[in-house]
Design a protein around this ligand. Sequence first.
Ligand SMILES: C[S@@+](CC[C@H](N)C(=O)[O-])C[C@H]1O[C@@H](n2cnc3c(N)ncnc32)[C@H](O)[C@@H]1O
Length: 281
Amino acid sequence: MSTDLPTDTQAVRQHYEAHITDVEALLQAIDKALDAQGAPATAQSLAALDQFHAGGLPMTEELARRAAPQPGDQVLDAGSGLGGPSRYLAAQWQAQVTGVDLSAAYVAVAQRLADRTGLASRVRYIEASITALPFPDAHFDLVWTQHVVMNVADRAALYREFRRVLKPGGRLAFFDPAAADGQPELHLPVPWASTAGSSHLLTLVQTREALAGAGFADLGIDDMTETVGTMLARQLTAGAPPAGPHLSMILGPAMAVTVRNFARNLQEGRVRLLMGVAEAR
Ligand SMILES: C[S@@+](CC[C@H](N)C(=O)[O-])C[C@H]1O[C@@H](n2cnc3c(N)ncnc32)[C@H](O)[C@@H]1O
């Protein structure tokens, strides 16, 4: 897939994979850490590794309550990362989940964790760009996405692609960084971007417009900035590592700086966090 991606998408992949030099060694290190735990890996025990968004597992649980997938629903996790949310949806909501991610390394880790959690029959991971999904029209009951859309320059086209693969009446559930009104500059780097040119935040109004233009009815969008910003600031003040040791292993030493900048951007009102559900009309 590497050669046919647009340059800006290749740059996004490089951003996330910058610290991964040897995928096999990474998988072995993860196996070793899980073996050392002694207990079977679960969504809870893996959360510091595999929930790669602000607020961690509690925000995944909150979004799932809003999206309320039915057992057996076909769910697309767009930008599935290391797969924490997809495995949570499979384990707790009995959904059948397909995760799509740009990074072959993340796909490999997600698949290994699916094997280790006994969920491989209910989740699968595919290396592809969510801007050109390798699925037929009207395939999914739910498109789920957390902290990915801010990496895509053409949000309107992305939402049209989500709408295309959803069955009529299907839902889009999202939890994403957004621009504050006036679009103030960010403190950089942040976890999703090293430069302003690769961060594509929309305001709440712009998000609503892009959703409506793509054929979605807004079922409710909430601003989660204060809730999550307070959680994150409390963790950092308490001296807690900004991410679990395994996520730091994947994202490298810059992780701490990017998470602190994220917290500062939230505190100063430069970034908002939006959670919502929309229905395919
Ligand atoms: C911050 S992580 C979030 C991962 C996951 N959604 C979670 O919450 O745990 C962003 C992920 O989006 C993926 N990504 C960014 N742009 C993408 C694209 N155009 N297509 C597929 N994946 C993309 C990255 O590779 C990365 O794994």
